[in-house]
Write a protein that binds this ligand. Structure first.
Ligand code: UDP
Length: 240
């Protein structure tokens, strides 16, 4: 008998910051390799994994908009291109250890990746391929967290697993307050009403409206990604 796991299909969100680790370079290959290995271990169990990558390690539109006459939309398109770089790096890493992986971009870049086609993405997942969604939602003024919530809903994944550099959501900043407590669970309402900055409001309300639970967890701890994907207790669970 095959063991059954909590989730059948998951959406893993990897921020750009998480990919950078503590290196001064934009991407730490040790981190992409760790992600690849852990994802490989769960796809072997039959769990389907889609990934949305961020781009904040390379370019964040909001922090550039305004400077040098850059309007927000142009800055955001540059930010979306940054996510494509991360996606291609992650794909190459995954394929180097034998995981079949497809990148789909929210706007066309046909020479380097497939365009986003929902049914095709689902088909890839059913065949056991990992699908990396790049270029966010394809629209300026959004974030890759919102892209994660959106793609999760579109492909009928059951959970957004948000990989970060911290253990989950605390009641205070753990870097400043050593007594800060980690929340095991939070409701969507607690997140939005207390203005907890775990995801932007657009992303969290999209999850809420579609009853998509969100798990916030630390990807730098070895084994955490596969635990999160298998549905084991890790980090903070946001839901109902
Ligand atoms: N972005 C965008 N629309 C989207 C997703 C991302 O315009 O749907 C741009 C935006 O400029 C953002 C950048 O891409 O700052 C990188 O994405 P994000 O900041 O979400 O990455 P992360 O924080 O996860 O590294």
């Amino acid at each position: 008998d095959k063991p059954s796991y909590k989730w059948r299909r998951v959406l893993l969100k990897v921020s750009g910051e998480a990919l950078a680790g503590d290196r001064s370079q934009n991407i730490d290959p040790k981190i992409t390799m760790a992600i690849a290995r852990e994802v490989a271990s769960v796809t072997r169990l039959g769990i389907e994994v889609a990934i949305v990558v961020g781009g904040g390690n390379i370019f964040r539109g909001s922090s550039w908009a305004g400077s040098s006459g850059l309007d927000r939309s142009s800055a955001d398109y540059i930010g979306m291109l940054a996510t494509v770089m991360n996606a291609l790096f992650l794909q190459a890493t995954m394929e180097s250890i034998g995981i079949p992986t497809r990148v789909q971009t929210a706007f066309r870049m046909s020479e380097v990746a497939e365009p986003y086609i929902r049914r095709r993405a689902v088909r890839h997942l059913e065949k056991g391929r990992v699908v990396i969604f790049a270029a966010g939602t394809g629209n300026p003024f959004f974030t890759t967290d919102t892209a994660a919530a959106l793609r999760c809903a579109e492909i009928n994944a059951e959970v957004v697993l948000k990989a970060t550099n911290v253990d989950g959501v605390y009641d205070d900043d753990p870097r400043r307050n050593p007594n800060a407590q980690l929340h095991d669970t939070l409701t969507y309402h607690e997140v939005t009403s207390k203005d907890i900055s775990v995801m932007d409001m657009t992303a969290i309300t999209l999850c809420q409206e579609n009853n998509i639970p969100v798990v916030v967890f630390n990807l730098t701890k070895s084994g955490n990604i596969s635990k999160a994907i298998k549905g084991e207790r890790v980090g903070t669970l946001i839901g109902g």
